[in-house]
Ligand binder design. Structure first.
Ligand code: ANZ
Ligand code: ZN
Length: 886
C-alpha cells in the first residue's frame, strides 16, 4: 500500500518542519531498508565509515551527501539499493580523550556514536540503519579474531621481531605520529627503538595478484591505481653476491640491482646502518659506531632518500667483485634502506644518481660503463642520459661491450648463475603488514602464550576474546597488561596456566572487511554468508571516500577480500576485488584569518567570527573581527583543519538553513573529486534557489481557473511551450547522464536552474492558466522535483506531494526523456548580409538548401538591408548560418 505523505501547503519554504516530516515519513515507510531480492539488480553504495571523533565535520557531510545522491538516484532507476553506515570505532583518539577527560574509551566512543548518528539522521541520508556496525562491538570483532586464528594456522599470520618506538618515561610504545622530532608527544622523552615480538600478515604473498588485478579496476581514478602500483613497487633485476673473507671466515654480501648491465662499473659497495657488516665494523671502531647510531636515529622516509644529503663512512672491509675479481671497499651509506632488497647496494657512481652524489662527496672513483651515441661523458655533473636504459650499450665492460640493456643483463645474470653467485629476481617494495599494537582500545589478538606449547590460537568456542570496557587509562602502557583478570588463562592445549596476549590489532584490520559485514550484520554463526554474494557480486558498485585512504586502506581491503576468498568464505561466487568503482572526493577548503601575537605567533581566527570584504572574484580581500571591529589578516585558502581554525561546523549550517541547503551547496559548489571552497555567499545562494523552487511550485499549484489572455500571445504559445518541453527533456537526459556516468552533480544542478529560468520566462505568468500551459507546467515541475530529489530530497518530497497528491518521490522513478519532445522541428540559423550579423532565421529542421535560400531572401531583415539590391550569391552552412552576398 502506498504510504501517504501529505504536508500542508505553505506559501513560504520552511525547511525545519518539512525536513522533520519527510524524515518521519521515510522512516515510517522503511524507504531506506535494503532487502535482498535476486529478481532486481542491486546497487551497493558504500561510503567510507567515520571514526567517531565527536561530531561530523564538513568532509563527512560532503562524503555522505555524494553517496546519498548516488544511492537515491539509483533507487529511482529501479535498482535495489544498499546504503549502510557504521563506525570505525577503535583507535588512539579514544585513549587520548580518556586520559584528558577521565572517561573510559568505550564510554567516550559510544557517546560520540550516538551524537554523530543523530547528525547523520538530521541530514536525511537514506541509510539502512538496521545494518549499522560499530567495530568495537564483540559481535563484530569476534569474526576478525576467528579469521586471525585461521590465518595463523595457515602461516599467513606469523610472529617475528619488529621495531617500535619506545617512550622510556611513559613506558609505552608510541605510534609514528606520536613521535615529534624524535621525542614522545606527551613525555617529551627521547624515543628509543626497541625490538619486540609482533604479529605480521603476509601481504607479500599476494603482492603479484594485488598488482595484476589493478588492471581490472577501470572504475578507479588512474591516480589511485598508480599510487597502489608504486606502493607495491615491483622491480625486476638481479640479486647477486660479493664474496669476502672476514676473520678467516668466508661470507657473501648480497645486493639487489635493476641495472646489472652496469656491474663492471662498480667502484664500491654501500650498506645500510643496520646491516650486519656495519655492525661488524661498528663493534671495532667507535667512530663507526657513532655514525651508525646517527643514521639509525634519522628514521628516513623513503621519499626523502633521493634528495637528502648523502652521508657515509668506510668500513675497511673489502669484498670481491664476482665477475672481475677486483677488491671493492664496503661503505656505510645513509641512503641505503635496510628494509629494501638486501639492505646493500653495488654502487655504480657513473650511472646511479645517488651513488654519483656519494662518490663526488667522498672522492671515490667513477667509471663509465654505459655509452650513448652522440652524448659525452663527463665527471663534472650528473647528466640524465647516464640513466638511459633504452639508448645505452656497455663499454669498458670486457666481454659485455656493445651489448644493450636487456641482452647485457641476460649475459651477466647467466655468468653470475654459473658461479652460483646470483640470479634474476623480482623484488617488491611492499612489506608484510605488522598488525600488533601495544594499545588498549583495539581488537584483542586471540593468542595464548603457554610455556610448554608456545603460541596457541584461542579455540573457536572461546571466541570472542572480549575487551574489558571498564578500565582506567593512565597513558603509561596498556591497562590490559595490568589486568590479571584479562591475561590470566589456561592453555587450550595442555591446560596449564598461561598468559593471554595483551596486544591489540591495528585498526586498519577492522576497516579491511566492514563492507562485507554490512551484508549480514546479524549473522552470529558466521563471518559472512550468501548475502555477500548478492550485494557484492561484480564488486561494490560505488565506493566513496577521501584520497588519504588511496594506499593503505584500499590495499588492505583488497588483500582481506582475497584472503577471505581463498578461505572459501564466498562460496561459489569468488569475489576478488571488493570495489568496482571508486570516487575520491576532494578536500573541503576555507579561507583563513589570523592575527599575530606579541611573539609573532599566528593566532588563527575562525571564519565564522569575522566579517570579510570580497573582491570581484569572490575572494576575501579584507576582514575584521566581529567582536572588536578591528582588522584581521587574510591568510590563504586551506584545507579545513583544527590547526588553522578554519573549520565550519556543519551543525550550525543545518540549524540555520536546513539539511537540503547544506546538501545543495556542497553538491553545487564543485565537482565531487575537486576541492570544495567554503563560502557563505554560496550557502545563501543555495538557500535562495530552494526558496525560488518552492515559490514556483506553490504558484503553480495554487493558481486556479482559466484566465483570459491576449489572442496574440495565445498564438505564440504552441511554439514556446514546445521549446520549453524540448529543453525539459534535454535537461532530463543531461541530468541522468551527469548523475550516472559523469558524476558531475554541479552541472546537473546548473542545467535544472537554466530550465527554471526558461520556465519563468515562458510559463511563469500565472495570469495565463490555460489547460495547455497547465499541462506543461505540471510536467516540468514534476520532473524538476524528481531531478533534484537525489540532492535535496526533503523539499522535493514535500513539493512532489503537492504536485501529485497521493504520490511520493521516495518511490517515484527517475523521469525519462520523451524522444518526441526532443525532436526539433524548427531550427534557428544565423543570418548574415555581406558577412555582417543581421539577425536570425527560423526554418524547418529538414529544410533543403533551395528553401533556406528562398526564406533568407524573403525575410524582413534581408528586404531592409539589401534595399532592393540583387543578391549575387548565397552561402549556406547547414544547421548554422546563411550569408547573403550582394
Ligand atoms: C646498481 C645501480 C646502477 C642501480 C645504476 C641503479 C642504477 P628499484 O627500481 O626501486 O627497485 N637499491 C637496491 N637496494 C637498495 C636499498 N636497500 N636502499 C637503497 N637503494 C637500493 O631500485 C633498485 C635500485 O635501487 C638498485 O639498482 C640499487 O641501485 C638500489 F646505474 O644497483 B641499483
Ligand atoms: Zn600448553
Amino acid at each position: 500500500m502506498q504510504q501517504e505523505h501529505q504536508p500542508a501547503m505553505q506559501e513560504k519554504y520552511q525547511p525545519a518542519d518539512l525536513e522533520v516530516a519527510a524524515q518521519e515519513f521515510w522512516n515510517r515507510s522503511g524507504a531506506a531498508l535494503a532487502v535482498e531480492d535476486p529478481l532486481r539488480p542491486k546497487y551497493y553504495c558504500l561510503s567510507m565509515f567515520p571514526y567517531p571523533s565527536g561530531k561530523l565535520h564538513m568532509g563527512h557531510v560532503r562524503n555522505y551527501t555524494i553517496g546519498d545522491v548516488l544511492a537515491r538516484f539509483h533507487r529511482m532507476l529501479g535498482y535495489n539499493v544498499l546504503q549502510p553506515m557504521g563506525w570505525d570505532a577503535f583507535g588512539m583518539p579514544a585513549e587520548n580523550a580518556a586520559i584528558q577527560n577521565n572517561v573510559p574509551p568505550a564510554q567516550w566512543t559510544y557517546a560520540n556514536i550516538d551524537y554523530m548518528r543523530t547528525q547523520l539522521k538530521r541530514l536525511g541520508f537514506a541509510i539502512d540503519w538496521q545494518r549499522e556496525i560499530a567495530t568495537c562491538r564483540p559481535e563484530y570483532y569476534r569474526w576478525e579474531q576467528w579469521l586471525f586464528t585461521r590465518l595463523y594456522e595457515q602461516g599467513l599470520i606469523y610472529k617475528r621481531l619488529g621495531t617500535v618506538n619506545w617512550d622510556p618515561v611513559d613506558q609505552t610504545v608510541l605510534a609514528n605520529e606520536q613521535v615529534i622530532d624524535g621525542r614522545g608527544w606527551r613525555s617529551g622523552a627521547l624515543i628509543e627503538k626497541r625490538e619486540i615480538p609482533m604479529y605480521y600478515m603476509k601481504i607479500t604473498a599476494y603482492a603479484e595478484e594485488l598488482l595484476a588485478d589493478l588492471d581490472q579496476l577501470d572504475g578507479w581514478p588512474e591516480q589511485v591505481r598508480v599510487m597502489q602500483k608504486n606502493w607495491i613497487g615491483k622491480s625486476t633485476g638481479v640479486r647477486f653476491a660479493f664474496p669476502y673473507q672476514l676473520d678467516g671466515q668466508p661470507g657473501e654480501l648480497w645486493v639487489f640491482t635493476t641495472r646489472a648491465d652496469t656491474i663492471m662499473g662498480v667502484t664500491f659497495c654501500a650498506v645500510a646502518a643496520e646491516h650486519a657488516l656495519a655492525a661488524y665494523a661498528a663493534a671495532r671502531d667507535p667512530q663507526i659506531a657513532a655514525f651508525v647510531e646517527e643514521c639509525k636515529q634519522g628514521g628516513v622516509a623513503e621519499a626523502d632518500l633521493a634528495t637528502m644529503e648523502k652521508k657515509g663512512m668506510p668500513t675497511g672491509i673489502f669484498v670481491t667483485h664476482p665477475l672481475s675479481g677486483e677488491q671493492v671497499e664496503v661503505w656505510i651509506g645513509n641512503y641505503v634502506l635496510m628494509g629494501y632488497g638486501d639492505g646493500a647496494v653495488m654502487a655504480v657512481p657513473a650511472h646511479d644518481e645517488r651513488d654519483f652524489a656519494f662518490a663526488k662527496k667522498y672522492d671515490l672513483p667513477i667509471r663509465q660503463v654505459i655509452a650513448v651515441a652522440g652524448e659525452r661523458f663527463s665527471l663534472d655533473g650528473w647528466q640524465e642520459w647516464y640513466a638511459d636504459k633504452q639508448r645505452g650499450s656497455c663499454v669498458n665492460s670486457g666481454k659485455y661491450d656493445g651489448l644493450g640493456y636487456a641482452t647485457a643483463i641476460d649475459a651477466i645474470a647467466a655468468d653470475l648463475a654459473t658461479r652460483q653467485l646470483g640470479e634474476k629476481k623480482v623484488q617488491f617494495r611492499l612489506r608484510d603488514w605488522g598488525i600488533s599494537r601495544q594499545r588498549y582500545w583495539g581488537c584483542p589478538i586471540p593468542i595464548i602464550h603457554c610455556a610448554a606449547c608456545g603460541d596457541v590460537p584461542v579455540p573457536d568456542q572461546d571466541l570472542p576474546v572480549v575487551l574489558p570496557e571498564d578500565v582506567t587509562i593512565t597513558g603509561a602502557g596498556s591497562p590490559l597488561a595490568r589486568m590479571p583478570e584479562f591475561y590470566d588463562c589456561s592453555c587450550p592445549q595442555c591446560g596449564q596456566p598461561a598468559r593471554r596476549e595483551t596486544d591489540t590489532m591495528d585498526t586498519f584490520v577492522e576497516s579491511s572487511w566492514y563492507f562485507l559485514r554490512y551484508c549480514c550484520p546479524d549473522n552470529d554463526r558466521a563471518m559472512v554468508d550468501e548475502r555477500v554474494a548478492y550485494w557484492c557480486q561484480g564488486g561494490i558498485d560505488q565506493y566513496i571516500g577521501g584520497i588519504e585512504h588511496a594506499i593503505l586502506h584500499l590495499l588492505y581491503s583488497r588483500f582481506w577480500t582475497k584472503l577471505m576468498r581463498d578461505l572459501g568464505l564466498f562460496g561459489d561466487q569468488p569475489l576478488g576485488e571488493p570495489f568496482a568503482r571508486l570516487l575520491t572526493q576532494g578536500m573541503v577548503v576555507a579561507p583563513t584569518f589570523y592575527r599575530e601575537d606579541s611573539h609573532g605567533k599566528k593566532q588563527w581566527i575562525n571564519p565564522a567570527e569575522v566579517d570579510a570584504v570580497h573582491d570581484e572574484r569572490g575572494r576575501a580581500s579584507g576582514a575584521s573581527l566581529r567582536a572588536d571591529g578591528l582588522p584581521v589578516v587574510v591568510g590563504g585558502i586551506e584545507k579545513m583543519s583544527k590547526s588553522k581554525n578554519n573549520g565550519v561546523d556543519p551543525q550550525a549550517l543545518i540549524e540555520q538553513y536546513g539539511a537540503d541547503t547544506a546538501r545543495l551547496f556542497i553538491m553545487f559548489a564543485s565537482p565531487p573529486d575537486q576541492s570544495l571552497e567554503w563560502s557563505d555567499a554560496g550557502v545563501e545562494g543555495a538557500f535562495r534557489f530552494l526558496k525560488k523552487v518552492w515559490r514556483i511550485v506553490f504558484e503553480h499549484v495554487s493558481a486556479a481557473g482559466v484566465a483570459a489572455i491576449e489572442a496574440a500571445e495565445q498564438e505564440q504559445r504552441p511554439a514556446e511551450l514546445k521549446a520549453l518541453r524540448r529543453q525539459l527533456h534535454q535537461t532530463i537526459g543531461k541530468v541522468a547522464d551527469d548523475y550516472g556516468r559523469r558524476k558531475q552533480f554541479n552541472t546537473a544542478i546548473a542545467a535544472v536552474m537554466e530550465l527554471l529560468n526558461t520556465y519563468a520566462r515562458i510559463a511563469g505568468n500565472s495570469a495565463d492558466n490555460s489547460a495547455a500551459l497547465r499541462a506543461v507546467r505540471q510536467e516540468t515541475l514534476e520532473a524538476v522535483t524528481l531531478m533534484l530529489y537525489p540532492i535535496v530530497p526533503h523539499v522535493c518530497e514535500a513539493l512532489y506531494a503537492l504536485l501529485k497528491p497521493g504520490h511520493t518521490a521516495a518511490s517515484a522513478a527517475f523521469p525519462k526523456p520523451d524522444a518526441s519532445a526532443l525532436q526539433q522541428d524548427e531550427i534557428e540559423l544565423v543570418l548574415q548580409i555581406n558577412g555582417k550579423l543581421r539577425g536570425s532565421l527560423r526554418v524547418p529542421a529538414d529544410a533543403d538548401r533551395a528553401s533556406i535560400e528562398a526564406a533568407a531572401l524573403a525575410c524582413e531583415a534581408a528586404r531592409k538591408h539589401l534595399a532592393g539590391a540583387a543578391a549575387k550569391k548565397l552561402v549556406v552552412v547547414p544547421g548554422r548560418l546563411v550569408n547573403i552576398v550582394a
